[in-house]
Design a binder for this molecule. Structure first.
Ligand code: SF4
Ligand code: SF4
Length: 110
């Protein structure tokens, strides 16, 4: 029968393997996205849910959230926020692309 220590050890191994697999997948994804100083991030407004993840990861303060009125006056929500990239401070680092849960951010040529 497995002891508590065995279970804890197996759990740590599994966590380590999952972390390595996720890091590898992320590195692969990042390598496939163009970036650098000749590029700039762009938010596809219709996909943005205003979750604020991109502003948290952006070290260059290149993303702002703004309020957007709902298209239909029938729908009432407290807040309908969208992200906007400020072209000048954006360094093309791609962190926001990786952080966005809805794939709303793409990199475009500057
Ligand atoms: S590419 Fe980098 S610098 Fe530009 S908006 Fe995204 S996180 Fe900020
Ligand atoms: S992470 Fe994506 S969905 Fe969230 S606010 Fe930024 S652009 Fe919008």
């Amino acid at each position: 029968m497995s002891t508590r220590e065995d279970v804890a050890s197996r759990r740590e191994d599994t966590q380590r393997r999952i972390r390595m697999a996720l890091n590898a997948a992320k590195a692969e994804e990042r390598a496939s996205i163009k970036g650098g100083e000749t590029t700039v991030a762009f938010v596809k407004e219709e996909l943005c849910i205003g979750c604020d993840q991109c502003t948290i990861v952006c070290d260059d303060d290149a993303i702002e959230l703004y309020e957007k009125p709902m298209a239909s006056p029938i729908i009432q929500v407290d807040s309908n926020r969208k992200a906007k990239v400020l072209r000048d401070p954006c360094t093309g680092c791609r962190l926001c692309v990786l952080a966005c849960p809805t794939d709303a951010i793409i990199m475009i040529d500057r």
